[in-house]
Design a protein. Sequence first.
Length: 149
Amino acid sequence: MEIKENLYQQCVGYVNKRLQTVEEIIASNQKALQTETKSSAGDKHETGRAMLQLEMEKAGQQLQGITRMKEILARIDISKKSNIAHLGSVVETDKASYFLSISSGQLKVGDKKYFSVSISSPIGRLLLGKKQGEIIVFNSTKQKIKEIF
C-alpha cells in the first residue's frame, strides 16, 4: 500500500474509533438519564441530571468535531500529485514528516513516523502552499522541505 493511502486509512480509522467512543458515551448517558428517577433526595437527583446534561453537551461538541474531521477527509484526493503542499500532501522536511489532513497525532508506516496535522494548525498553516527546498521556522527551529508527494 502506498504511504499516502496508508496514512489516509489510519486517519479514517482514528476518526471512526473516536466516533464509536463518543456514540458509546452518548448512549450510556441517555440510558443513565432515563433510569435517573425522582428520589427523596431531590437536590442530589437534580445535580446528577445536570452533570449528565453537561456530559451530553460535551459529547455533542465532540461529535461536531468528528463530523468536521470526516468532511476534511472526504475532501482529500490522495491520488493528486503536486509539488506545492496542499490538503492530502505528505511533506518531508529535514526534521520530520507530515501528512496534511486532520490532527490525529503520530502515525507510522513501516519504521517511519509521520505527524498527521490539520492545515489549520500552526505547523499546517506554515507548510500549506510551500514547495520543495523552501524553509519554514516552527518553534524556533528551521526545517527545510526535502520532498512533497
